[in-house]
Design a protein around this ligand. Structure first.
Ligand SMILES: NC(=O)C1=CN([C@@H]2O[C@H](COP(=O)(O)OP(=O)(O)OC[C@H]3O[C@@H](n4cnc5c(N)ncnc54)[C@H](O)[C@@H]3O)[C@@H](O)[C@H]2O)C=CC1
Ligand SMILES: O=C(O)C1=N[C@H](C(=O)O)C[C@H](O)C1
Length: 264
């Protein structure tokens, strides 16, 4: 039987790709498409808005439909609403929105006591694989003579509201945990002085319509290793999120990540 899903933020850049790809997947049934009532296309058919023709599901704030998973790609307030919807519906939650304040993050952790939650800053297979590779590099380089300097560069479209990306922050956290790094900086200017080893720096570039790329640099004295992972469109995130919804629906309550979903 198909997994019945709801999409939160359904008229957004990601929401539209979820509607388009989810509607082609015979193992899924999109039964609700939530949007902010102030959206210019609120009330219109979600499939028409996504450019795939009539889906029979409007952009709405409420639904009577039953669903077993809800996927959220929206904004912090929308993510908060998605948590409440998931808990009330006893449905699984796939949380993809980034830039969440601590209060929103606490709500997600609390929800995971009663429902299954897949929470990840990137639903992409190659990004999650690169995270694993960076952990291997960090472990190998943590005690290298002369030290290894770690910097995380990310590039995204001009419309992105949060910086640095949630993915960049996760790369930094994972590497810091392996290397025992405790300081984080965001860009540099003036005369900050010689670079300390106990620091990871983030650099966020915002141009055009870039769907997302991350470069992680481990700079040694005499050689450098860089890992770059790059999306050419948003479908890598959408397919990962749809896979996460199928994975989580019906699972025991708890916090899961994309390694669980992808078996990494
Ligand atoms: N985890 C992942 O793999 C990925 C995460 N993201 C994150 O997803 C989020 C959304 O990204 P985009 O689709 O590019 O943004 P977007 O701005 O195109 O879409 C957000 C949508 O949420 C809607 N919205 C606002 N308030 C809402 C509410 N209260 N309830 C329901 N919907 C509401 C907006 O009207 C808009 O249509 C961002 O935080 C982004 O960083 C984006 C791509 C991949
Ligand atoms: O806003 C985006 O577009 C993206 N956001 C996510 C993030 O902040 O990490 C994931 C992806 O890089 C695209």
């Amino acid at each position: 039987m198909a997994t019945r899903i709801a999409i939160n933020g359904a008229a957004g850049r990601m929401g539209q790709r979820l509607v388009a790809l989810g509607s082609q997947d015979k193992s899924l049934d999109i039964v609700a498409c939530f949007e902010h009532a102030g959206h210019a296309k609120f009330g219109q058919d979600a499939g028409v808005v996504a450019g795939i023709g009539e889906l029979g599901v409007p952009l709405q704030e409420e639904t009577d439909a039953q669903y077993s998973a809800i996927i959220d790609f929206s904004v912090p307030a929308g993510a908060h609403a998605a948590v409440e919807r998931a808990v009330n519906a006893k449905a699984a939650l796939v949380m993809a929105t980034t830039g969440l304040e601590e209060e929103h993050q606490a709500k997600i952790r609390e929800a995971a006591n009663v429902i299954p939650v897949v929470w990840a800053p990137s639903m992409s297979t190659t990004v999650n694989l690169t995270m694993k590779l960076c952990e291997i590099a960090a472990e190998a380089l943590k005690d290298i003579p002369g030290g290894a300097d770690v910097e995380v560069l990310e590039r995204h479209h001009r419309f992105k509201e949060d910086s640095p990306s949630g993915t960049a922050l996760r790369f930094g956290e994972l590497i810091a945990a392996k290397m025992g790094i405790t300081e984080f900086v965001h860009g540099r200017e003036g005369r900050p002085g010689a670079r300390p080893h106990n620091e990871i720096a983030y650099h966020a570039i915002r141009t055009g319509d870039n769907p997302g790329e991350h470069t992680i640099i481990f700079g040694l004295l005499g050689e450098t290793i860089e890992m770059t992972v790059r999306a050419s469109n948003r479908d890598c995130y959408a397919t990962g999120a749809l896979q996460a919804a199928k994975f989580a629906a019906g699972k025991p309550a708890g916090l899961y990540n994309m390694n669980d979903v992808l078996g990494l």
